[in-house]
Design a protein around this ligand. Structure first.
Ligand SMILES: [Zn+2]
Length: 545
């Protein structure tokens, strides 16, 4: 009997292990499929508003559908469109023709962003400005006069000049510069200025030398300025799992990337534009989110609803996630917490270093995260803000976590390719996040706590202190003592550098942030106990603040 039951146990364990192995293999192969598709040259770097973005969001929508998610974007589709306002652009009808020579926009001349949208045709002379004619202004004198004036502001000088000539009846103003002093004038698409009453353009040096050399000549001028709004449409992909619960867990990852680097956010220094495939940033996070949606759908985790969002516009400044939190398709106040995955494909096989942000956004994270790990070397960051989409949710008072395997030499370069992704490592992250979601299925909705910004304002309210200097680089749980202040409480009771302070009275804490919160619960003269870990030993000290 006994022998048989042991054998039976062995068999079931084996088959469980084999099942697990098989499941892992499938996840890894799926992650590869997703990353290989999203980071393929065919998608041309998934730049927001391009056809590559479209191929990506169609793929993600299709995966959401396959995984049984409900469409939760606009008009019962998976897609939520949003506009990315990029300032102004020079429309094609803009032209400047001088004596029959059609000058090239942005090569030979540029309108100023504050220029009026008007057209004009007349003969005008540089030397003899006339009412209702185009006036000229050579910047030479004003630049040379102010060569050593540190307070000189050319932009202001130009604006003053525009007002002045407008008042005198000019119908337009053409600037140029024959001095040796650089003026750095270009079309500032994102500048915010008041629009002038007349068209104002600048003729670049080479063209000015060619066409405006003779100050006494009368020129035949045909000018039209047409400046319009520059906009792009980005697309979030939103899928929902409705478990009839009151509260919803959000998992998100941005899928957009840099395209050919047109938005000037690439670190590639070469002169030939190249596709930025963004395999780690962030095909990896998108792939992980897709696999998590599948795993969660197939699971028994039904205490909460789940919302999965693939954001676009992240690389341009968190546009997609900001749009979602301003135009949510579920009630934001019912969100339990949000998990963001951004660059999770480069786990280092020897250090297993994983960075987790947002640790301070709920007091519960400490308990949940510490209980779950023995594989990763985790670097915690308590802040709810950071350079990715969780920031948008944190700003709405939602607890967040941000997973990131760290930066690398291929970051924002064309070399961030799929063959450099550590899929085995990414599998571990997927499983780790699944375990966190699983653990929260047993707990009530998480409480939200503000990090940094808010904590800074309450700094002066502490009435008591221990007199320890925390080691801010410590990534374990508790507050590691970097040093003790001379003559203060900690020194008096025998706390030394290297100790890890874990608890004050009933208040356990996980990091400097929550330690500060715990301190805030005590008054001067109050007696309590402090728990300290020294090596393997646990010490309790009686203290009076
Ligand atoms: Zn990026």
């Amino acid at each position: 009997m006994l022998r048989i039951s042991i054998l039976f146990l062995l068999i079931t364990q084996l088959s469980f292990g084999q099942k697990q192995k098989k499941a892992n293999k499938i996840i890894i192969s799926n992650l590869q499929t997703h990353v290989n598709f999203l980071a393929d040259d065919k998608l041309e770097g998934r730049r927001t508003g391009t056809n590559g973005e479209k191929l990506a969001y169609e793929y993600i929508s299709n995966e959401f559908k396959k995984n049984g998610l409900i469409a939760k974007g606009d008009n019962e589709t998976y897609i939520q469109a949003f506009e990315v306002n990029e300032g102004k652009q020079i429309n094609k009808s803009t032209h400047f023709i001088i004596d029959g020579n059609d000058l090239k926009t942005e090569t030979d001349f540029t309108p100023f962003i504050f220029s009026a949208n008007k057209s004009f045709e007349a003969a005008s002379s540089i030397a003899l400005p006339q009412r209702d004619g185009v006036w000229f202004w050579n910047l030479k004198d004003v630049l040379e006069e102010n060569k050593t004036n540190p307070h000189f502001d050319l932009q202001e000088a130009i604006k003053t000049k525009v007002k002045e000539v407008t008042d005198k009846g000019a119908a337009g103003l053409i600037l140029f510069n024959t001095s040796a002093i650089a003026d750095e004038i270009k079309f500032e698409a994102k500048a915010k200025t008041e629009t002038a009453a007349i068209p104002v353009i600048y003729v670049y040096k080479a063209a000015a030398e060619k066409y405006l050399k003779d100050e006494a000549a009368t020129h035949d001028i045909k000018l039209k300025v047409d400046i319009g709004e520059k906009k792009r449409t980005g697309h979030n992909v939103v899928g929902y799992m409705d478990n009839g619960a009151n509260s919803t867990i959000v998992l998100g990852a941005h899928y957009d990337h840099l395209g050919y680097g047109e938005d000037k956010n690439s670190l590639y220094a070469g002169s030939t534009p190249q596709i930025h495939n963004g395999a780690d940033d962030n095909a990896s996070g998108t792939a992980a989110m897709l696999e998590l949606s599948k795993m969660i759908k197939a699971s028994k985790l039904k205490k909460y609803n789940y919302l999965f969002i693939a954001f676009s516009g992240e690389e341009l400044g968190l546009y997609g996630s900001k749009h979602y939190t301003e135009h949510p398709t579920i009630n934001l106040s019912n969100i339990n917490y949000m998990i963001n995955l951004d660059m999770v494909g480069r786990l280092n096989d020897s250090t297993h270093g994983l960075s987790i942000g947002g640790y301070g956004t709920s007091p519960k994270w400490g308990e949940l995260l510490n209980a779950k790990d023995n594989f990763f070397t985790i670097k915690f960051d308590s802040s709810g803000t950071g350079p990715s989409d969780h920031t948008s949710f944190y700003r709405k008072d939602i607890p967040v976590l941000f997973f990131f395997t760290g930066t690398h030499g291929d970051y924002h370069k064309p070399s961030d390719d799929a063959n450099k992704i550590n899929f085995e490592g990414e599998l571990q992250i997927v499983k780790y996040i699944y375990n966190i979601v699983d653990a929260t299925n047993k707990t009530e909705r998480l409480a939200f706590t503000k990090t940094r910004e808010a904590a800074a304002t309450s700094k002066n309210t502490f009435k008591v202190s221990l007199g320890i200097m925390p080691d801010y680089t410590f990534s374990g749980s508790g507050v590691k003592v970097d040093g003790v202040s001379e003559g203060k409480l900690a020194q008096k009771i025998g706390i030394v550098a290297g100790d890890v302070v874990e608890q004050l009275g009933d208040f356990k804490f996980t990091d400097v942030q929550s330690y500060m919160q715990a301190l805030g619960k005590f008054k001067k003269g109050e007696a309590t106990k402090v728990k300290v870990k020294r090596g393997d030993k646990e010490l309790w000290f009686d203290i009076v603040f």
